[in-house]
Design a protein around this ligand. Sequence first.
Ligand code: HAM
Length: 431
Amino acid sequence: MARSPNNIQAVRGMNDVLPDRTAPWQYLEQRLAMLAAAYGYREIRFPLVERTALFRRSIGEVTDIVEKEMYSFEDRNGESLTLRPEGTAGCVRACIEHGLLHQRQQRLWYLGPMFRHERPQKGRYRQFHQFGVEAFGLEGPDIDAELILMGARLWRELGLREIRLELNSLGSAAARAAYRAVLVEYLRDHEADLDEDSRRRLDSNPLRILDSKNPAMQSLIEAAPRLSDHLDPASADHFAGLCRHLDEAGVAYRVNPRLVRGLDYYSRTVFEWVTDRLGAQGTLCAGGRYDGLVAQLGGPQTPAIGFAIGLERLLGLMEVEAVAVPPRPLHAYLVALGERAALAAGPTAERLRDAVPGLRLQLHCGGGSFKSQFKRADRSGALVALVMGDEEAAAGRLGIKPLREEGEQVTLTRDEVAQRLRRLVAEDGIN
Ligand code: HAM
């Protein structure tokens, strides 16, 4: 399509979801709300914008997100604010601010847009959506296992098969600091073999070097000292406990000693659900424990763990694996011909909506010939057309004609029509 320079387009990496594409979103959002409810999680909503300091202090100063991906700006009072790049920080902030964590456990979920100024490509956007779950006040590893089972249930219920689970433990902060020293010493000995990015990270965030995808670095990384050999005993026990829970539940997993995650708040358990079917952006869901974060942000010492699913990626995989999304067509389209019928059509539609809970009924507006109205009824995707002429209007009756299967038009009383529509609504079973 030709565009004049005056045409304003969407911001790069921020997508419209057009009406033809919203059905899978709605379906997924509904499944996710049901999943959370099935495990006793309650929804929490918090703002899209927070003070920049919140993300700096939680995600970490030297992470990619904080260093180069945040949408930060000064508001009119000169205060630095940031569009949320993830949900955990805002969720924790809200819980602390409203005293939700005093001597209490909380199992919470949220769903909504997040913003990161990354280089857009398939599966990676600047506005994307996460479904996140956070459990507070539980030390685990039973809760760690519950979160993983939630993911496994979702994949199973959606009929997705090509997803696998990777697990690791980052240990306590103290154990990680000790390991960091060992790792830096090893990497310094091989500094000449490090790429530029890794050299830069050597002082700031050496654990992230283990995450490098650069093929030239793989043998160096493979031979590096492993965090799992430096875990503190309590974290090692915790991790063994989680593995026992997963074995008992029959969940397959792979321990990946190089799984370190890109946010600083994690300790102990970290995990990712990944697929090979989506190219480079194959991480569908990621999370872990962050036992120190609540206290670090000024709240009471509270163990916590959570995960977030990237909805664009999950929808991408549902498409690749051809997951059928139940259609939600209109049940009925009401056409009216004649002056009296045109006036009566609106109130009739209202009465039908009153009488048939869950009914999706579109009223023809704008007049026109029967033929043109029927064409619209057909194009609307409705299962039946309801037909009203002046005669029917006077008699309180309606024609009903199937549009998606063979069948004659019959004229019935409004109650009989409502009865038939009730059957259609019951058959699609979505409500
Ligand atoms: P994260 O690994 O940064 O973790 O993001 C979680 C998921 O969000 C990713 O696995 C991916 O599916 C999706 N995602 C991230 N960035 C993008 C993007 N630019 N475009 C599309 N999808 C993306 C977190 O955000 C943590 N808050 C998760 C968590 C919750 N940990 C504990 N509780």
